[in-house]
Design a protein around this ligand. Structure first.
Ligand SMILES: *Cc1c(COP(=O)(O)O)cnc(C)c1O
Length: 401
């Protein structure tokens, strides 16, 4: 086989569909976020980022940076082993204990990333629970889909955020079989929020465990920033609450929180937990500092929600195809990959605003979009400039395909 030709033709096919991905080279400078330096072949430019998942700007917070610097000097750079091969430090133990406390669960487990947490936990549950069936929301993230698929367990889909359809799907399954309902709280591409209490209620009625991805909610919702399950008072009705330390907490890593026995089971049987080096101590320390700060002080997330409301108000009446949402995520519908990319490129080249195009396979073909994520650090002036830039670019390329 001509391997090179195979790789080239696969890439060529992506290009011809408009789905080939390029990465913007962005140097984020502490103290200037959401500003960054965009490096290209021809030079550099100052740009404003409007699509970061560092939702609260914690990635540059001085308390988090100070904690991490101190931890590096005290404990070094890496852990040098898996959790069982001398990789467990007091920092990992404390972080797991406080994550469990945050979510009101008995226990928690750290993973290399949110992706790895979803893949490792779901693949292990599906592989080892005898006769396990997953019942999965239609718009679940790729990491959960990978975990369910890798388990080879049976999977059924219920309509997105639809407890009635979930009830229908569960009603068709044998009552005695072990079942796991898999869903997210805030869906980052739609910006909508799951009816967590109703889904938990339906699951309970069918004797089904629940697995909730709160990656786009932790730090930002609930009195202590534990997410939507905390906000809605249903943390005790969810078996597995999964989160990331890399988005609103601004650091790196993932976790799952839940019953002590379930965590012990995952710790003991999940290859994605067992066979990989433990997170560096400075990562655990930084994440803990960020989590503690956000749990104690709601002002940063209050400022986020105030900025989100300000952006939504500024977009009202502009005629731009804003998808209305109840979350901090503001998507703009485009519906075509080439046009979506063109809008993103024009925003960057003409207005020095960076919003990445969202195309297949992140979203289904025909639903390509831009996704705006305000942070507490975006000013009124940033919002005004963004809205003016969007109107200008939409007038140029918005309706052409
Ligand atoms: C980003 C994301 C993840 C993965 O989290 P990482 O820590 O970035 O690996 C998991 N679930 C959802 C819904 C996500 O958007």
């Amino acid at each position: 086989m001509d391997y090179e030709a195979f790789f080239a033709s696969a890439i060529e096919r992506l290009r011809s569909e408009g789905n080939y991905r390029t990465f913007a080279d962005l140097d984020r400078r502490v103290g200037d976020f959401p500003r960054a330096t965009h490096k290209t072949a021809t030079g550099t430019a100052d740009v404003t980022i409007w699509c970061s998942n560092d939702y609260l700007g914690m990635g540059q917070h001085e308390v988090v940076r100070a904690a991490m610097k101190e931890a590096i000097d005290a404990s070094g750079s890496g852990t040098g082993g898996t959790r069982s091969i001398s990789g467990t430090s007091p920092h990992h133990v404390v972080l797991e204990r406080e994550l469990a406390a945050l979510h009101g669960t008995e226990s928690a487990l750290l993973f290399t990333s949110g992706y790895v947490a979803n893949e490792a936990v779901l693949s292990t549950l599906g592989r080892l629970l005898p006769g396990c069936v997953f019942v999965s929301d239609a718009l679940n993230h790729a990491s959960m889909i990978a975990g369910m698929r890798n388990s080879r367990a049976e999977k059924h889909i219920f309509a997105h955020n639809d407890p009635e359809d979930l009830d229908r799907v569960l009603g068709q399954l044998e009552p005695g079989r072990p079942k796991v309902v898999v869903f997210e709280s805030v869906y980052s591409m739609e910006g909508d929020i799951a009816p967590v209490a109703e889904i938990a209620e339906v699951a309970e009625r069918h004797g089904t465990m629940t697995y909730l991805d709160e990656v786009h909610a932790v730090g930002m919702y609930g009195a202590r920033g534990a997410g939507i399950a905390e906000r809605d008072g249903v943390q005790d009705r969810i078996a597995f609450i999964q989160g990331t330390l890399a988005k609103a907490f601004g650091v790196f890593g993932g976790y799952v929180a839940g019953w002590a026995r379930a965590m012990d089971f995952i710790r003991s049987f999940a290859p994605g937990f067992i066979f990989t080096t433990a997170l560096p101590p400075a990562i655990a320390v930084g994440a803990l500092a960020s989590m503690r700060l956000l749990a104690a002080d709601p002002s940063i997330r209050e400022r986020l929600h105030e900025r989100v409301a300000a952006l939504k108000r500024a977009l009202e009446g502009t005629g731009l195809p804003v998808m209305p949402t109840a979350s901090h995520i503001v998507p703009l519908h485009v519906g075509h990959p080439v046009r979506c990319r063109a809008i993103s490129e024009e925003l960057l080249s003409r207005h020095r605003i960076y919003v990445q195009p969202i195309v297949h396979p992140t979203v289904p073909k025909g639903t390509e979009r831009l996704r705006l994520t305000p942070t507490p650090l975006h000013t009124d002036e940033d919002i005004r400039r963004l809205v003016d830039a969007l109107r200008d670019v939409w007038a140029r390329v918005g309706t052409k395909s």
